[in-house]
Design a protein around this ligand. Structure first.
Ligand code: ROI
Length: 159
């Protein structure tokens, strides 16, 4: 199954955390890394009193169920110094979000697919567009319709 993973970091050496996460994904037995986007810098969405983020999106081919994939992503976060704060939307060394899992939709307490905020988050939409410009969402929307010529001011390409 083709799945898309959102990568985010805003503590420590963020670019390095993203690189390490890509390597860790690639090293999984049941995961093949197919592509990844450029790295972006972004202003924090949600609470503003935290550092800027580095963000990217990876395309993987995997033979894991959505929940097994989520377990894998959370294990990689833990291996990369992620401390789960009680506070929602706080700063983190590494955040791996399961964005899309084929054309499947799922709504459980632990996991919602597609990720509920994709369409509101330029730091997901633009990297996704780097790797799959012709993507359609499960609801039929075209990714390209969310992309404008100019990136928003709160998003930039990291060298
Ligand atoms: N803001 C940005 N720019 N990038 C993120 O990855 C990110 N992740 C989050 C919240 C706190 C919502 N804000 C973010 O979880």
């Amino acid at each position: 199954m083709i799945a898309y993973i959102g990568l985010g970091s805003n503590l420590g050496d963020s670019k390095n955390y993203l690189q390490t996460a890509l390597s860790s994904l690639h090293a999984q037995k049941n995961v093949t890394l197919r592509a990844y986007s450029r790295f972006y810098g972004s202003k924090p969405h949600g609470p503003q009193n935290q550092p800027d983020y580095s963000n990217a999106v990876a395309k993987i081919d995997c033979s894991l169920s959505p929940l097994a994939l989520l377990d894998t992503l959370q294990a990689i976060e833990q291996d990369n110094d992620r401390i789960r704060s009680k506070q929602r939307w706080s700063a983190r060394t590494l955040d791996l979000d399961l964005l899309l899992y084929g054309m499947e939709t799922l709504q459980t307490e632990r996991l919602t697919i597609p990720h509920p905020y994709i369409q509101e988050r330029p730091f997901v939409l633009y990297p996704l567009y780097d790797i799959t410009p012709n993507l359609h969402f499960p609801n039929g929307d075209k990714l390209a319709d969310y992309i404008t010529g100019n990136m928003p001011d709160d998003l930039w390409i990291l060298e």
